[in-house]
Design a protein around this ligand. Structure first.
Ligand SMILES: Nc1ncnc2c1ncn2[C@@H]1O[C@H](COP(=O)(O)OP(=O)(O)OP(=O)(O)O)[C@@H](O)[C@H]1O
Ligand SMILES: [Mg+2]
Length: 622
């Protein structure tokens, strides 16, 4: 036991406390000079635990809801109605100044007090780990930003009560009495503190059987004596410890300890802080990505005396989830809400996270801000299935263009086109597929993806048209008339000679044009003039036989023997029928194949019915 020094006055009582780790503490109650407040003509009556939370001297009854509007440091107006204290029975306006005043040792500043029972009832449903968290949160907040610090949390059942003790070596508490004022917070000046509602400590306290706070050589004891809750303030005779010690006795069953173990092992201990839980250090976890971003936070504005939600630049630390964890949003190391995404990371936000007053859900839209900010860092490690999830589409449409393009490419590939409805005989989806393009039906993708696809991916029609233009340009650029190949040094001249000479080539081409013209004419309403030209495969390995342009220009490859050596043979005619079918459809879809069959019939009939005419017109080709 430590040695006791001289007390400021004779102790009126001594309390011996044994804490969770088996240590004993003596607490002496001594007289201290009260500091009277300036008279303001107002008196306070408190009806603790009865119908109204408080009654002012002019008879006004205070419920939880109107309390908060008058309380320093709290301007929240969105408290859920289930948190309201029960209303006073109708007609009960009696002002009762006596009962609770007995429990107060010093005069209080302000008009309001609060019923411990009422507040306890409000917090009864909160899980133990969330109440103990409040103590650790206060300890974390007691360290100056970026400064090292140590927190020792101990808890366990001693056979009688569940003991909780939280010690820190932080700033300590200047005005211990402030701890009793619900909604009074000293954390209005920074969005880098976790606390802000001025109620965390009291929430845990109000359901405790007894509690003790020690800081800066002073001690506040919360006791129950003869059925009354009593608060005693005293000076500690032994050398004051650095920081703060908070101890509470709770009516929790022993197995609460495992619940707390699980909870605190999920903490992401901030850099420079040592957090020990029942003597074992919570090991800091590696940050895999740090994302710098401007995010909505919460900050008190002294000018308007209200809480605002401005944006501030901050870091998001991405920490890999363990196998037993689900992705979670952390506020400066403390888990605050589930994070709806399908990547194995927690987001630890290095500033206040905007939350509902119960601190169990983040403000709507906040999660999307996180998704948008983190997507660029995560994209590379995501597989195509993950990238196709709705949350990626939803967030993706708010990312910048380069990120959106990466999302689309990772999710759908790069050689893609958007599906379009068929237009008459043209079925561009089929045509695009034939070009090796993957066609995506945007109607089957979620909203965000649909928007991105529309912005960054051409339609099947655009892809097909572009291909047609390129091919037509190539054919036009390489195409030449028979007459132009006159120069013997020219390769074209050489090929012309090889295929039987200029005249032969001219005649074969004339037949091909005539034949195709007959086929084109067979389709009512589509008749237009067919013309012909030659081309040479530039690459000897290429096998371009022929090309049909949208303007019905038939191009035949001079280096393909069939047209010149057997112009009426099956191979040449097959190519010509194929090309003429392109007059109806530039690509090779179902309609094209049907047109091919039709033209095969037309060609057969032509050869039978007009055999004489053909022989007369092209005798040299037989
Ligand atoms: N361990 C501690 N070290 C230093 N100050 C503390 C400590 N615990 C409590 N306090 C002081 O007591 C005040 C009240 O704490 P309480 O937990 O009730 O509210 P809060 O932390 O301000 O807000 P919240 O309701 O969000 O927790 C704090 O603002 C802080 O000034
Ligand atoms: Mg707090």
């Amino acid at each position: 036991m430590s040695e006791v020094g001289p007390l400021p006055s004779e102790a009126s009582s001594v309390t011996v406390i044994r804490d969770a780790s088996g240590r004993y503490f003596d607490s002496f109650v001594v007289e201290v000079e009260p500091t009277p407040l300036p008279a303001n003509g107002k008196a306070l009556g408190i009806d603790m635990g009865l119908a109204s939370l408080a009654v002012t001297s002019d008879g006004e009854k205070m419920s939880q809801r109107n309390l908060k509007h008058k309380q320093k440091g709290s301007n929240r107006s969105d408290r859920p109605s289930q948190e309201e204290a029960p209303k006073a029975p109708h007609g009960s306006t009696q002002w009762c100044p006596l009962r609770a005043v007995r429990t107060m040792t010093t005069q209080s500043q302000g008009w309001l007090a609060i019923s411990t029972e009422g507040f306890a009832a409000m917090n009864a449903a909160r899980p133990p780990e969330h109440l103990v968290k409040e103590l650790v949160q206060n300890a974390l907040d007691s360290f100056a930003e970026g400064q090292p610090g140590a927190i020792q949390l101990r808890y366990g059942h001693d056979g009688h009560r569940f003991q909780v003790e939280c010690c820190d070596n932080g700033s300590g508490i200047n005005a211990l009495d402030d701890l009793r004022v619900v909604y009074l917070t000293h954390k209005t000046d920074s969005h880098l503190k976790r606390g802000r509602f001025g109620r965390g400590f009291k929430e845990a306290l109000c359901i405790a059987d007894a509690a003790l706070v020690e800081s800066q050589g002073e001690q506040l004891q919360f006791l129950q004596e003869q059925g009354q809750r009593v608060t005693r303030r005293s000076t500690i005779a032994t050398a004051p410890l650095r920081g703060t010690r908070v101890a509470m006795q709770m009516r929790w069953p022993p197995e609460t300890a495992e619940q707390l173990d699980r909870y605190f092992h999920r903490f992401l201990v901030p850099e420079g802080i040592v957090l020990e839980v029942n003597g074992a250090r919570i090991i800091p976890r590696a940050v895999e990505h740090r994302v710098q971003v401007s995010l909505t936070t919460e900050l008190y504005d002294p000018v308007s005396q209200s809480w605002k939600k401005p944006k501030r630049r901050t870091d998001i630390q991405l920490v890999r989830t363990r196998s037993d964890e689900t992705p979670t949003i952390y506020e400066l190391g403390i888990p605050v809400a589930a994070l709806e995404w399908s990547v194995p990371y927690h987001c630890d936000i290095q500033q206040r996270v905007p939350m509902n007053p119960n601190r169990d859900a983040v403000a709507s839209g906040y999660a999307v801000q996180l998704h948008v900010a983190c997507l660029p860092a995560l994209l590379d490690a995501m597989d195509a299935e993950t990238i196709k999830q709705d949350w990626v589409g939803h967030a993706g449409r708010r990312c910048d263009a380069a990120v959106q393009q990466r999302i689309v490419e990772r999710a759908f590939g790069s050689n893609i086109a958007r599906s379009v409805p068929r237009m008459g005989s043209r079925h561009f989806d089929e045509d695009a597929r034939e070009l090796g393009v993957q066609v995506i039906n945007t109607a089957q993708t979620s909203g965000g993806f649909r928007e991105m696809l529309r912005q960054f991916v051409p339609s099947a029609q655009e892809v097909v048209r572009k291909d047609e233009i390129v091919k037509a340009q190539t054919a036009a650029a390489d195409g030449f008339a028979v007459a132009t190949a006159a120069d013997p040094a020219d390769q074209r001249h050489h090929w012309m000679a090889r295929q039987g000479g200029r005249e032969r080539v001219e005649r074969c081409l004339a037949f091909a044009v005539w034949f195709c013209q007959q086929l084109v004419n067979s389709c009512p309403g589509r008749q237009s003039a067919v013309s012909g030209q030659l081309t040479l495969n530039r690459d000897p390995a290429a096998t371009l036989y022929a090309h049909w342009s949208e303007r019905n220009v038939l191009t035949l490859a001079l280096d393909q023997n069939c047209f010149w050596q057997a112009p009426l043979g099956p191979e040449a005619l097959q190519v010509l029928i194929h090309e003429a079918a392109h007059a109806m459809n530039m690509h090779h879809g179902l309609e094209f194949r049907q047109e091919l069959e039709r033209l095969a019939g037309v060609a057969a009939a032509l050869m039978l019915q007009r055999a004489e005419e053909i022989r007369r017109q092209f005798p040299d080709l037989f």
